[in-house]
Structure formats: C-alpha cells, structure tokens
Design a protein around this ligand. Structure first.
Ligand code: T4K
Length: 403
C-alpha cells in the first residue's frame, strides 16, 4: 500500500480488488503463553484425573490473582457473566441497579437474569465510562446498587461513584472484564467497591479459554461466593444456600495460570501494537485513537478509534465495510448500545431519550485488531488501507452500489 498514489481505487476489495489479507485478521485473537508450560499442566490434569470442583489449579489461580491484584479473596468462575450474576446475588441486590448501556450485553443480561431492573445511565463521552453527574437523578427507593464498567480497561471515576453510593446507601461493584492489570490512583483494579468481576474469556487480555472471577476484600462475601459457585455445598451432602454451577474447571485454570505467567509480555506486545497504530494513523482527520493514561498501567487490549464521519469523508459503517472486504474484521463494539437490544428495547423503549452520549458514541466507535497474534507489519498494512480509503473516500462512495 506504499504506492498509494499510483494505485487505483478499484484495487480496494470492496470495489472488486483482491483482499489485502488472505486470512481474516481478528480483534479478539487470543494471547497464548508458553505452550510447554500449558502442556505440562494439562499432562498433570490427565495424570491426576482431577478435572474440576476445587481442583489444585483452580485454587492456585485464585491465590495467584489475589497476589497479582493485591486483593484478599478471589472466587474463580466459569465466565464473567455467571460471575456477575453470582456477585449481585451474593450481595443480596434487588430492585434496580444503575448500569451503563455502553457495554457488552453480558453486563446487563447478568442483572436481568437475576430479575433486577437495569436502569441505564449515560456515559461521559471523554471517558466512555459512567458519568457520575448523571447517576444521582436516576436513584429511586428501589435502587440497590451501581454497576460500573471499566471500559477498554480505563477505570471508572471510582471516587465519585463511591461518594454517590455512600451518600445513598448503595452497593458499588464493578465489571472489570477489560481491566486486568490496570490501576486507578496507583491501586490495582480488583480491590474497589464491594467486589469486582474479571473475565478470562478467549478474547481477553488474560484468557482461560472461558473463565471469570469475583475479587473482593470482604471475607463474608467471599465465603458466600465460594458457596454459591458450587451449588451451595459446604462439605459433602451439606447444602446450606442457594447455588449454581459457576466453577472454573482445571483445563481453564491451567490455561489461565499459564497465560498469567506471560502477563508482561502480553502488555508489552499490546503496547507496541498500540504505538504502531498511533504512528501510522497519525494525521488522519476525522479519526482519533482513544488514548490511555500511562499512570493507570493500561493493558492496551483494545485499540479503539472514534470516527467523525463529516471530517473523515466516510461513516464508521462505510469504513467497516471497506475493512471487512479486506479481511480486517474491525468491530463496532458496543453498537448499538444495550438499551437498543432485546429485551431492553421492548422493556424500556424510552431509554434512548436519556442516553444521548451513548447513542452518539455507539455510532462512532471502531475497534481494530490487536493482540500478540497481530504483527507490526499487519498493523502498518491496516493503517495504510484506512489512509488510502480516506484519501479516496469520494471515489469509493461514488463507486459503491446504491450511492
Ligand atoms: N463484561 C464486559 C464489559 C465484557 O466485554 C464481557 C465480554 C463480559 C462482561 C462477559 O465476559 P464473559 O462471560 O465472556 O467472560 C466477545 C467475547 O465473547 C466476550 O467475552 C467479550 N466481552 C466481548 C467484548 O467480545 P463477540 O460476540 O465479539 O465474540 P466473537 O465470537 O465475535 O469473537 C470476537 C473475535 O475474536 C472474532 O472475530 C474471532 C476472534 N476469536 C474469538 C474466539 C472466541 C478468536 O480468534 N479465537 C477465539 O477463540 O464477544
């Protein structure tokens, strides 16, 4: 793509050219650590025939997470969605919980699944996180908590949210699915609020294939979490509470432990990728790369750009079409906002009226491929395609069917 001047716009795959990448380039390609270490652990699992139910690796990963995040207790679970459900249940929350709509749908499903009404609060367009100035007016006598999401690993305004929670007697908890290893005010994410929920899904910074965890400094809560994730069993034949199957199996724990050993390497390669994007997208008017604050030790798992269609000459969705045709599977996370997905769209048809920033942002955001499996050369090629498409936006629009 260096020969952008000489190239004809019809060489773009969307206009009939050959895709720039023969294989699809994904946003969520998993980071995988040392293969030998993983196989060693898997061999151990097979040798001992201990596959699940408080196995040694599940226990070890809980301990390891506590050490790494400076928290007292960790309950490893099968995924973050179930972990969120168990957390709100163990905290005895009910009625209504304030939550952003600009998040992955699982954050909100976890509440609805527990028959708790999600009350959507708008975000601050600068941070993409809950806007604490908009929280208070949404509190009603039925409100029991606030569920903040550290979106893209950038921490919520935790102090402000905690102040609102304290003033109104609400539980504050966090969906920290994106924020493993990140900090707020010099402290690691994990120890804030009543509890924080981590995801170890394949696409996350640290993955266990599928996995999640609830971390907390509250000993009673931690005991309830351990009970609830294991059907309420307290020893053989002794069920002492409601529970579900939320356990992390040994294969997942083995994968998670192995990947935790590579946390620094993943952070480094994500950061290098981010910097390559930064260098090569620089100066494209109408496209701005979401910045991370180094003081918060970001994990750079998400490379997010915001599109101003008027300046760029292409809408976000037109750019997505250009990229997808080239086999670059950029994603529109978290379009169109949870309030516009079912069942929320039908249950709360008016919600959008109070979410102007969420609605606007959901139309502007694009997430680009990164992770250890995406090379610097790939990224340079992706950026060159974006630049080329933007330079030729008018011709692309003229040539596109229906224009
Ligand atoms: N809270 C927040 C804020 C979250 O973002 C999430 C999950 C959760 C809670 C719930 O956590 P978990 O219950 O999942 O632990 C993906 C992930 O499935 C989801 O975990 C994640 N957020 C969300 C942001 O992204 P999709 O629908 O985009 O998944 P999918 O299958 O399209 O995968 C994304 C890309 O990754 C694909 O283009 C292919 C690639 N990929 C995916 C997998 C699974 C691979 O290359 N290899 C793989 O193994 O939701």
């Amino acid at each position: 793509m260096d020969d952008s001047k000489a190239r004809a716009v019809t060489s773009l795959a969307i206009l009939g050219g050959t895709p720039a990448f023969p294989e699809k380039i994904h946003v969520g390609r998993p980071n995988v650590g040392n293969r030998e270490r993983l196989i060693e652990r898997i061999n151990k699992i097979v040798d001992t025939r201990y596959l699940s139910n408080s196995g040694p690796f599940e226990r070890e990963i809980e301990q390891r997470i506590c050490e790494m995040l400076d928290v007292r207790y960790c309950a490893a679970m099968c995924n973050a969605t179930v972990a969120l459900e168990i957390a709100v249940r163990a905290l005895n929350l009910s009625g209504e919980i304030l939550v952003p709509s600009f998040t992955f749908v699982a954050t909100v499903h976890a509440l609805q699944w527990q028959q708790i009404t999600p009350v959507f609060c708008d975000i601050d367009p600068r941070t993409h996180n809950l806007d604490p100035r908009k929280i208070e007016r949404l509190i009603t006598p039925r409100t029991s908590g606030i569920l903040g999401v550290h979106l893209w690993g950038r921490p919520c305004p935790i102090d402000e949210l905690q102040a609102v929670a304290d003033a109104n007697g609400l539980a504050l908890l966090f969906d920290a699915a994106h924020a493993f290893g990140c900090k707020y005010g010099g402290r690691k994410i994990g120890g804030f609020g009543r509890a924080e929920v981590l995801s170890f899904h394949a696409t996350k910074f640290i993955n266990a294939g599928e996995g999640g965890a609830v971390v907390t400094n509250d000993a009673d809560l931690a005991a309830r979490l351990q009970l609830m994730k294991n059907f309420g069993f307290s020893g053989y034949d002794n069920v002492i509470s409601i529970g579900i199957n939320g356990k992390m199996n040994e294969l997942s724990a083995a994968m998670g432990l192995t990947n935790l050993e590579s946390v620094e390497e993943f952070a480094r390669s994500n950061r290098e990728n981010f910097e390559t994007y930064q260098d090569h997208l620089d100066g494209i008017r109408g496209l701005s790369l979401l910045r991370y604050d180094e003081r918060n030790s970001p994990n750079y798992q998400y490379v997010v750009v915001e599109i101003d269609a008027r300046e760029l000459g292409l809408t976000r969705d037109q750019l997505v079409s250009v990229l997808h045709a080239e086999n670059i599977l950029a994603r529109r996370y978290f379009y169109p906002g949870v309030h516009r997905m079912e069942p929320y769209r039908s249950c709360y048809p008016e919600a959008g009226l109070h979410l102007p920033e969420t609605e606007a942002l959901a139309g502007r955001i694009l997430v680009l491929p990164t992770g250890a499996a995406v090379s610097s050369t790939d990224i340079q090629k992706i950026c060159a395609i974006i630049r080329f498409a933007v330079e030729h936006s008018r011709k692309i629009l003229e040539a596109l069917p229906g224009s």
